[in-house]
Ligand binder design. Structure first.
Ligand code: NAD
Ligand code: ZN
Ligand code: ZN
Length: 345
């Protein structure tokens, strides 16, 4: 089969790889129908995630058709259409039983990281019963690709950890797909103000369409004073970090109000400065989280009923074998006016 293979920082190729086979009775082999590229894949390509080694097929999102199942898989059979979760979970270990699938002792975020991923014609999914979700006939499968990672990530790591409440003020730093997923799902809780901050005017205009009350282009370095001006000098009840850099984490630290929450989503490749000299007295909480995907069934219902429409995040379509071009588009999002790209097999 053909797959997108990582060959060290800045190097990737669409090349021939062996088609995966069942290695454990709990595995399934899924033929990819649609996949996409995540901001985390861009971090991998920059070398921010050294656990990803030369030769790895990357990608951790997608929908597909079950091609083959191991003898212990009971929820799925050949021909079933499925959503692939970015998180692999056995459903049985201590962490899975606590709903913390991200730290499954034999899973977590391994797909396209520690094992081969979804930017390929076929992928092996361990613990298929718990790591796949069924797609009913007639569903809009492109919209469902957004359930593999971005919607549960924005919602769990950003909105739930950030404890967004009705009437609250919220700032989201980073208007990529993850920040946008936080923006869409934060509105379940009706915050009164949602300020979205990014460097990309096109993404900020899109954020306005999706419900941001204010947008700030932070390229002038004045995001903090602008947020304080919008909030009577208090800052925001919740600051969601959806980029993963010292600068954007610093903005969140400076704009979180007393009693507020700083919910980090971004994958960080470098250490950040924790400003305890100002934060120690502010009664804030700081949270980090690797997405658990425990809210995927709830989000699925809201996508099916169109309460949220993540399909709006899709800006570009490519054929699966054009994936190197798709990386160039997603990696130059401001130039290309790109948000989420869909690759179709
Ligand atoms: N915690 C998790 O489980 C989890 C899961 C998935 C993704 N992530 C991470 O979430 C982050 C966002 O992912 P994405 O797919 O939206 O990525 P992305 O690269 O598409 O978006 C990042 C956005 O940040 C903006 N940005 C960069 N520097 C900025 C600055 N100084 N000020 C303001 N904005 C700035 C960019 O313009 C871009 O719009 C990434 O770090 C990704 O690795 C975390
Ligand atoms: Zn991701
Ligand atoms: Zn487990």
């Amino acid at each position: 089969m053909k797959a997108l293979v990582y060959h060290g920082p800045g190097k990737m190729a669409w090349e021939e790889k062996p088609t995966p086979t069942i290695t454990k009775p709990t595995d399934a082999i899924v033929k990819i129908l649609k996949t996409t590229i995540c901001g985390t894949d861009l971090h991998i390509m920059k070398g921010d995630l050294p656990a990803v080694t030369n030769g790895r097929i990357i990608g951790h999102e997608g929908v597909g058709i079950v091609e083959e199942v191991g003898s212990a898989v009971s929820n799925y059979k050949k021909g079933d259409h499925v959503i692939i979760s970015c998180i692999t979970s056995c459903g049985k270990c201590e962490y899975c039983k606590r709903g913390m699938y991200s730290h499954c002792t034999d899973g977590g975020w391994i797909l396209g990281n520690l094992i081969d991923g979804t930017q390929a014609e076929y992928v092996r999914i361990p613990y298929a019963d718990n790591s796949l979700y069924p797609i009913p006939a007639g569903s809009d499968e492109e919209a469902l690709v957004m359930l593999s990672d971005i919607l549960p990530t924005g919602f769990e790591c950003g909105v739930l950890n950030g404890k967004v409440q009705p009437g609250d003020t919220l700032a989201i730093v980073g208007a990529g797909p993850i920040g946008m997923a936080a923006l869409l799902t934060a509105q379940f809780f009706t915050p009164s103000e949602i300020i979205v901050i990014d460097l990309d005017d096109n993404r900020l205009a899109t954020a306005k369409k999706f419900g941001a009350t204010h947008t700030i282009n932070s390229s002038d370095g004045k995001a903090v004073e602008k947020v304080l001006a919008l909030t009577n000098g208090k800052g925001v009840d919740t600051a969601i970090e959806a980029v993963g850099t010292p600068v954007t984490f610093g903005i969140c630290e400076a704009i979180v109000a007393a009693g507020g929450h700083l919910a980090n989503i971004g994958v960080h490749g470098k250490s950040v400065t924790l400003h305890m000299e100002t934060l120690w007295s502010k009664n804030i909480t700081l949270t980090t989280r690797l997405v658990d995907t425990i809210t995927t069934p709830m989000l699925f219902k809201n996508v099916q009923s169109k309460k949220i429409e993540p399909k709006q995040l899709i800006t570009h379509h490519f054929k699966l074998d054009e994936i190197v071009k798709a990386y160039d588009t997603f990696g130059n999002a401001a130039r290309e006016k790109a948000l989420k790209v869909i690759l179709t097999a």
